[in-house]
Ligand binder design. Sequence first.
Ligand SMILES: [Cu+2]
Length: 91
Amino acid sequence: MMTDITVKMVDGPNYAFDPKTIELTVGTTYTLKLKAGKEFHTFTAKDLGIDQIMPGGVDATVAVTPTKAGTFQLVCLPHQSLGMVAQIVVK
Ligand SMILES: [Cu+2]
């Protein structure tokens, strides 16, 4: 089973991922469709082995198949301290 999930990079001043919570299920393969902002961002969830750079204006896709349940932090490395953080909840 494959499922698409779209996540937007939201530029400043109100830096964010949209949505702020991404819910996944163990054993399901997801295609994360990452929509770029105009600024440089990263889509980084180190505990899930994801570290995708997002140059301004360039969308990306990341495939992930979670193998363990838990709540994992998602951050944009340059904007983490400005609130560009989210959660990936794996059930
Ligand atoms: Cu960012």
